[in-house]
Design a protein around this ligand. Structure first.
Ligand code: ES4
Ligand code: ZN
Length: 324
């Protein structure tokens, strides 16, 4: 089964580039940038990964990215991820990045996007891994800050394919960002949003995603299963859901194997993804392997999940068919 998973050409649609920052790289960047770490060795960093819910994860995630300062740092971050992707036979990625997490620290938007874009070009040329970038707004920041971020990206519109919404979902509903997402759509960008498991008001968030924002995809979205009307709407619109099994195991203590099967049975286009692989210690193949080990997923199910990812990707139709 491991060989089967490894050999399949795959797409990944839900991976935060900042969530691919490996402990060894945190140390190398801290040294290069003259930053003092409170840890002595990379193993100590991993030992301090104590996630039991989203806020406990986000605290560690934002603290670590302080080592990312220069364009070269962002280049290396993305380049290292693309190398891992290539090694796992991932041929296409739509990675997220969180510009506001850097601009609030005084790192310019240009520094971030130039480093990442250069790694994308090198990955396409040297590794055969192609990618289209998704800019995520931080939902625990203001709608005004999101609007300013969108304005900052306008000179770089050809470098991103869509916008997303991540960070702490509690009391930060999709409606808060209706205006900025409408503006993003008018600029020709695709729209997606995190609808995370176990958030209160999650069904309201999902309904807002569909009815108010009219998203092109949903990140996570497992709770849709609680409402048949939502499931029907998702099937009817052919919307993809980017499920992250190992991330869910950390954040909500559930791998969601049963729920993924229910989605497939209903014709909902579930896909498998790694979310923050450096933190959850599982890249894409390990997420599939977890489904095999813990929920006995079959080759046919894995194949369906991989095909779904290409189908609901934002590749041009002609490019998709090459993979399907
Ligand atoms: C995230 Cl697991 C998760 N949830 C929400 N926002 C995020 N950003 C990075 N990882
Ligand atoms: Zn995520």
């Amino acid at each position: 089964m491991r060989d089967f998973i490894q050999a399949l050409p795959k797409a990944e649609l839900h991976v935060h580039l900042e969530g691919t920052l490996e402990p060894e790289h945190i140390f190398a960047l801290a040294q290069r940038n003259g930053i003092n770490l409170e840890y002595k060795r990379p193993e100590d960093v991993v030992a301090a990964y104590d996630f039991h819910d989203l806020p406990s994860f986000l605290k560690i995630y934002y603290a670590a990215m302080d080592v990312l300062r220069e364009e070269e740092d962002f280049y290396e971050l993305a380049w290292h991820y693309f190398q891992r992707a290539a090694a796992q036979n991932i041929v296409y990625v739509e990675p997220f990045f969180d510009p506001q997490a850097h601009t609030v620290r005084g790192v310019s938007f240009e520094t971030v996007i130039n480093g990442i874009s250069r790694a994308q070009r090198d990955a396409a040329e040297k590794l055969g891994v192609t990618s289209n970038l998704i800019l995520c707004f931080l939902r625990d920041m203001s709608a005004e800050s999101a609007a300013e971020t969108l304005a900052a990206v306008e000179p770089f519109l050809d470098r991103i394919i869509g916008v997303g919404l991540d960070s702490d979902e509690k009391d930060n509903p999709p409606a808060k960002f209706a205006e900025v997402f409408a503006r993003a759509r008018s600029l020709g960008l695709k729209l997606t949003m995190h609808c995370d498991v176990n958030q209160k008001d999650i069904l309201d968030h999902l309904r807002e995603c569909l009815d108010l924002i009219a998203v092109d995809r949903i990140d996570h979205g497992i709770n849709a299963l609680e409402d048949p009307t939502l499931c029907d709407a998702i099937v009817e619109r052919g919307l993809g859901l980017t499920i992250c099994p190992v991330s869910n195991r950390f954040v909500v203590q559930n791998l969601t194997g049963d729920e993924i099967r229910q989605m497939l049975a209903k014709g909902m286009r579930a896909t498998i993804n790694s979310d923050d692989p450096a933190y959850f210690r599982a890249y894409l193949n390990e997420n599939f392997e977890a489904l095999v080990d813990e929920a006995a997923f079959t080759e046919a199910e894995i194949l369906q999940l991989v095909r779904n990812a290409f189908t609901v990707s934002w590749l041009p139709e002609a490019a998709k068919t090459a993979y399907l």
